[in-house]
Design a protein around this ligand. Structure first.
Ligand code: C5P
Length: 236
């Protein structure tokens, strides 16, 4: 596998072409942003944690029937994934009220829902990733009804599998964001990352944040929290 030119640089990752047109290499950075880029900083070691945590969770999900883009980890920060065309939706699943849900709907943080919720944001930095419904997603051409049905089913499956898995490590899965992609044949697979950047992880005993909220809210301790997630999940 040969690493070729950089195709893209995002807020937290770079993507490189390879000599195989169906594969790309993701390179995880320590750069951290919040509030759609309004707050910028660094969380030392974050790239390594997010790479390793994402890969181990993707493998676990694949074994549990959720197809993903994961192919092979190359190094501490680099992973080979299948090249996909990203569905321009952030798919957010929530078990407990937190973050924008509490702000928008006036529900106290920590309120546990009887059943999980699902919402979409339209991926558009200029618009600030606005909340949309499934009719909007179809009208915008982001996905078809059939694709949304598949995405919803995978998102709830990820929630069930991941929630049970993380509970074994004394981590409470509060909410998370997923992104999906289309393979050349049109099949929908789970893409992007599943990490303390994209999930709210609370210690199941103390409720302590083990995720990016420490950075977003200037609470401090984010480097230790990311390391703690890696230690619990991978023993490293
Ligand atoms: O901010 P909000 O409460 O809507 O976030 C819900 C979940 O989605 C959180 O776990 C957060 O980490 C994740 N998220 C994300 N990227 C965004 C927005 C939210 O990973 N751009």
């Amino acid at each position: 596998m040969e690493k070729r030119e950089q195709l893209y640089e995002g807020k937290a990752k770079k993507v490189y072409a390879t000599d195989d047109p169906e594969l790309v290499i993701v390179d995880y950075k320590d750069d951290a942003t919040a509030g759609n880029g309004a707050k910028k900083g660094t969380i030392r070691g974050k790239g390594v944690v997010n790479n390793k945590v994402t890969n181990s969770l993707m493998k676990m999900l694949e074994e549990n029937g959720v197809p993903t883009h994961f192919v092979e980890q190359l190094s501490d920060r680099e992973t080979v994934v299948k090249k996909v065309s990203i569905v321009p939706l952030e798919v957010i699943v929530r078990n407990v009220a937190a973050g924008s849900f509490t702000a928008r709907l006036g529900v106290a943080e920590g309120t546990r829902f009887a059943s999980p919720t699902l919402e979409y944001s339209y991926k558009d930095d200029a618009l600030g990733d606005p909340l949309i419904n499934s009719y909007h997603a179809i009208a915008l051409g982001a996905a078809t009804r059939e694709e949304l049905d598949t995405i919803n089913a995978y998102a709830f499956k990820v929630n069930e599998v991941l929630k049970a898995y993380l509970a074994k490590f004394n981590i409470d899965l509060i909410d998370f964001k997923l992104e999906f992609g289309r393979l050349p044949g049109g099949q929908i697979v789970l893409a992007d990352e599943i990490s303390p950047d994209t999930c709210r992880f609370w210690d199941a005993s103390t409720g302590a944040h083990l995720d990016k909220d420490l950075f977003r809210r200037d609470l401090g301790g984010e480097e230790d929290a990311y390391r703690e997630v890696l230690k619990r999940l991978l023993g490293e």
